[in-house]
Design a protein around this ligand. Structure first.
Ligand code: SF4
Length: 289
C-alpha cells in the first residue's frame, strides 16, 4: 500500500491503521491550513480502498486495534460505500476496537439521521470535527465555509445518532484584538455540543499559508505564549461541558493539559498560571512539526 501525498492524523490515532478513503480535503480553503493544499480532492474508488484494506488485513489483520479513515473529511464518502468499508473492517480485522475519521460539519449535515445511525451500528465510533472557533466572524475570516450554528448542529446530530465527537479549536485565530471573544464563543460552542473530547491547538503556520501572508502584510497579529495561555484560561473559566475529556497535547501547544471537564478545570487553570508565572513553555523549536 502506498499513501498518496502527506498523511495527517489526530495525535490519538498514532497507533491506528490509516486508510485513505479520500485524497485531500473537499473544502481546502481554510487560510491557516496547509495540510492538503498540494492535493486535488477526490473520493478514492471502492476498488482502490478495498485493495488497501485487503493488503493490510493479509499482513496485519490480527494486530490492528484501531482504524482511521483519512484524508481531511473522509465522512464525505457516500454512506453505502462507508458501510461496505466498515463491514470489511469488522470481518477482516477481528481485533479492531474502533473506526474513526475526520469530518466537516457539512458532511454530517448532508447525511440523514438514519444514515448516521447505520454508520454507528456498523462501527464508526467517532468523528474528529475541526470547529476552529465558535466566533462566526473568525470562521468567515479563515474561510471555514461553516457557521458556529452548523458546527453545533452537526455535533448534536452525531451525539443523537450514537457517534462520539472530538472537537478541535485553534487558539490565536482572533489575534490579540479578538482573543476574548474567540475564547468565550468557543466555550459556548463546546457547551452546546458537549462532545466526548475537545482539544485546543495553538496556531502554527507554514510560511506559505494565506494567513502567514496576512501576518507578513501586517493585517493580522500572531499572538505569543502568554496570550495563548490567557485565551485558554478565559475559555476554561467559561466552560460548562460535564464529562468532556479536554486536552492541549498537540505538539504545537506551549503547555500540555489533560483533564475531564468540568471537574479538572481548577487544576488546569493552576497549571496554566504556573506555566505563565515561571515562563515554562514548550520552546518554539520544539513546536515545529
Ligand atoms: S476543512 Fe480542515 S482540512 Fe480542510 S482546509 Fe479546512 S482545516 Fe484544512
Amino acid at each position: 500500500m502506498v499513501y498518496e501525498g502527506d498523511l495527517y492524523r489526530p495525535p490519538s490515532e498514532a497507533h491506528s491503521l490509516i486508510i485513505q478513503v479520500t485524497i485531500g480535503c473537499s473544502h481546502n480553503k481554510c487560510t491557516f491550513c496547509h495540510m492538503y493544499t498540494k492535493k486535488k480532492f477526490r473520493i478514492r474508488t471502492r476498488e482502490e480502498i478495498l485493495r488497501d484494506l485487503e493488503e493490510c488485513s493479509r499482513l496485519y489483520g490480527q494486530y490492528v486495534r484501531r482504524v482511521f479513515f483519512a484524508d481531511g473529511d473522509a465522512l464525505i464518502v457516500p454512506t453505502p460505500l462507508l458501510l461496505e468499508l466498515l463491514a470489511y473492517v469488522k470481518e477482516h480485522f477481528p481485533y479492531a476496537e474502533r473506526v474513526t475519521s475526520y469530518g466537516r460539519a457539512s458532511n454530517v449535515l448532508h447525511k440523514s439521521e438514519e444514515e448516521l445511525k447505520a454508520l454507528a451500528a456498523a462501527g464508526l465510533q467517532m468523528v474528529y470535527l475541526g470547529a476552529e472557533s465558535g466566533d462566526d466572524d473568525i470562521l468567515a475570516h479563515i474561510q471555514k465555509g461553516e457557521t458556529s450554528a452548523e458546527i453545533i448542529a452537526a455535533g448534536q446530530k452525531l451525539k443523537r445518532c450514537g457517534i462520539k465527537t472530538s472537537v478541535t479549536l485553534i487558539s490565536g485565530l482572533g489575534g490579540s484584538q479578538n482573543m476574548k471573544r474567540h475564547a468565550l464563543l468557543s466555550a459556548r460552542l463546546i457547551n452546546a455540543m458537549n462532545p466526548e473530547y475537545a482539544a485546543i491547538i495553538a496556531l502554527h503556520l507554514r510560511p506559505d499559508s494565506p494567513m502567514a501572508q496576512e501576518i507578513r502584510r501586517g493585517e493580522m497579529e500572531l499572538i505569543g505564549a502568554d496570550e495563548i495561555v490567557e485565551e485558554t484560561m478565559i475559555f476554561l473559566r467559561a466552560i460548562d461541558s460535564p464529562g468532556t475529556v479536554f486536552r492541549t497535547n498537540h505538539a504545537a501547544n506551549y503547555v500540555a493539559l489533560a483533564g475531564v471537564l468540568n471537574e479538572d478545570i481548577p487544576r488546569m487553570l493552576r497549571q496554566l498560571e504556573e506555566a505563565r508565572d515561571r515562563q515554562r513553555y514548550r520552546p518554539d523549536w520544539m513546536r515545529l512539526l
